[in-house]
Ligand binder design. Structure first.
Ligand code: ATP
Ligand code: MG
Length: 561
């Protein structure tokens, strides 16, 4: 490819609407163009990178025994109604109607379609196990599309689905996929950590996310990991060994106390001169338009996904002050479950199960109750967010936390979809049984962004070689110089002939401009043909090397062939 023909327009400035470095670089280096919020065109450079990632995914999936197919992107509501997810999948599911008024949706994922394919085509146990995958566009109407390709609304995903006759067979395939994922990400130049996770809208009991660890904000997940053993989990799933000890405020008599201006836990603790773990905190949420009060020890925070799962809800958000006032008749800062137990759902975190004589809101403005004890022991469940330093649930050593970009996710679904959709095979005894299923996703376009997040410098992208759009750029310093241009063209032609992905920067531009573009776009190698060609030498450089190697044109060519 000649640079004068390559469809790319690099920019001097970063786009003003981008926060993540990968987003900034993808736009500035001419890889993507925004069409609408979270919807991008992949320009030729980006498409080459995406296709490289796809090819790696394809090779490793095939090697692992999976078979590729392609399913429809627009799907009828019926199959979603059958699985129960038409009602349960929130606003991320983009719903629409066709001209006849039939309800349809844009695919955010394909469990329903694959299950309906299996039903009738995978009749016998003899056909199982089997793993089917596709690489395709997905649409999710994300509440907050951001960071360019990291969280788009339209994006490319590889999704695979496996069918089994037993849990053991599913577990074997789950391990097989975990190995394939590690191989895929390694080949893309990315080191990943497989962490336990919540299964979210996809469902199932066991799931792991593959995280690219990063300490920046674009890693939208907090990953807790043990400093000693290999326990690691997304914060939405992580637990710790709290060894809950009894806490006692010392107020042995229950009484209502005027507590003006004590809205925060710290203010209440100061007022009563107690530790925060002697206060039972009340946090009011709205889960699918219904109020839910979370009760948790004062030194702990609520993990919203855990609470949402306990409520079997779809969407969760904290209640506004106005809602809190309306629902409780009190005021935020003085809330409690006392008197509301029969009116709204109340969930108690297990951190509260050894509290004695505690302080709690009185459900009246500017008042708390001191010396409260549960009249009847409630059921305690885990709705708390783990904190750095808490003990590992496996080995008891302290947990640490980092951030992660989720590039892949594997799930043991069990019979969630096959049972709901009545999709069955016949076993050895001639009985009909629902398939035991697994599913396995990789965010192909997110992998591209994650690679840039990991590998860039002040000058631009530093692609891992395996996914770079081109391998090498040949830069004649002065295109007017006949010898330079002729040598550059010869090297270019020889590399082209040998099948090397090469670009010749034939533009009549200043050398500085060409070098800047080469670094910004991120070619792993550069061959510069300048004045030293009069001595028969060209310069060979990697994207990150400071010094050039002086080589003959033949030696430079040999670096690639
Ligand atoms: P997230 O928690 O980041 O919203 P998810 O858990 O909902 O993702 P999955 O259903 O597990 O996503 O989808 C499989 C993979 O697809 C994810 O691991 C991720 O790499 C990718 N992915 C999901 N949502 C997006 C998105 N909005 N933009 C780009 N990639 C995405
Ligand atoms: Mg996921």
């Amino acid at each position: 490819m000649k640079m004068s023909k390559l469809f790319v327009k690099t920019k001097r400035e970063f786009p003003s609407d981008a926060e993540a470095i990968s987003h900034k670089l993808l736009v500035r280096a001419g890889y993507i163009k925004k069409l609408s919020s979270g919807i991008y065109s992949y320009l030729p450079l980006a498409w080459r990178v995406i296709q490289k990632v796809e090819q790696i995914v394809r090779e490793e999936m095939n090697k692992a025994g999976a078979q590729e197919l392609l399913m429809p992107f627009v799907q009828p509501a019926e199959i979603w109604q059958k699985s129960g997810r038409w009602a349960k999948y929130g606003k991320e599911l983009m719903r629409t109607k066709d001209r006849s008024g039939n309800e349809m949706c844009l695919a955010p994922t394909h469990e329903e379609v694959i299950t309906s394919i299996a039903d009738g085509l995978l009749d016998s146990y003899k056909q199982l196990p089997i793993n089917l995958y596709q690489i395709q566009t997905k649409f999710r109407d994300e509440i907050r599309p951001r960071f360019g390709l990291l969280r788009g609304r339209e994006f490319v995903m590889k999704d695979a689905y496996s069918f089994h006759t037993s849990q053991e067979s599913l577990e074997e395939e789950y391990e097989n996929m975990a190995r394939a994922y590690t191989a895929i990400f390694n080949r893309c130049g990315l080191e990943t950590k497989a962490v336990q996770s919540d299964s979210g809208a996809i469902g199932g009991a066991v799931s792991h996310e593959f995280m690219v660890l990063t300490d920046t904000e674009v890693g939208e997940n907090d990953v807790f990991y043990c400093t000693k053993c290999d326990y690691s989990a997304n914060s939405n799933h992580a637990t710790s060994n709290l060894n809950i000890e009894e806490t006692d405020s010392g107020f042995t008599e229950e009484k209502i106390v005027d507590t003006p201006n004590t809205k925060t836990i710290e203010e209440v603790a100061k007022f009563f001169n107690v530790e925060t773990n002697c206060i039972l905190k009340s946090v009011l949420y709205i889960v699918d338009s219904k109020p839910v009060m979370a009760m948790i020890r004062g030194d702990k925070e609520v993990e919203e996904t855990k609470l949402l799962n306990i409520c079997e809800g779809i969407e969760i958000r904290p209640a506004t002050s106005a809602e809190a006032a309306e629902i409780t008749g009190s005021e935020a800062g003085y809330l409690s479950f006392v008197g509301l137990e029969d009116k709204i759902k109340v969930v108690f975190d297990k951190s509260a199960n050894k509290m004695k004589n505690f302080i709690i809101g009185a459900n009246e403005p500017e008042k708390h109750i001191a010396g409260y004890n549960f009249k009847e022991m409630p059921e305690f469940v885990d709705i708390s967010l783990v904190k750095k330093g808490e003990k590992c649930p496996i080995c008891g050593e302290p947990l640490d936390v980092t951030r992660g970009i989720e590039v892949g996710n594997i799930f043991q679904l069990g019979t969630k979809y096959s049972a709901a959709m009545n999709a069955q095979y016949t076993n050895e005894n001639g009985e009909l049984k629902p398939y035991i299923m697994g599913c396995y996703g990789i965010g192909v376009t997110r992998v591209v962004s994650a690679a840039i997040e990991k590998f860039h410098d002040d000058f631009g992208i530093i692609w891992p070689e395996a996914i770079a759009p081109y391998k090498v750029i040949i830069v004649p310093v002065n295109t007017q110089d006949e010898l330079q241009m002729q040598t550059a063209t010869e090297i270019y032609n020889k590399l082209l002939e040998a099948g090397v992905e090469v670009v010749l920067d034939d533009r009549d531009e200043r050398a500085g401009v060409k070098f800047k573009d080469a670094d910004l776009i991120g070619f792993p190698y550069k061959v510069v043909v300048g004045k030293s060609i009069t001595e028969g030498k060209v310069e060979f450089k990697t994207r990150t090397s400071k010094d050039a190697e002086l080589l003959t044109p033949e030696e430079a060519i040999k670096k690639f062939i």
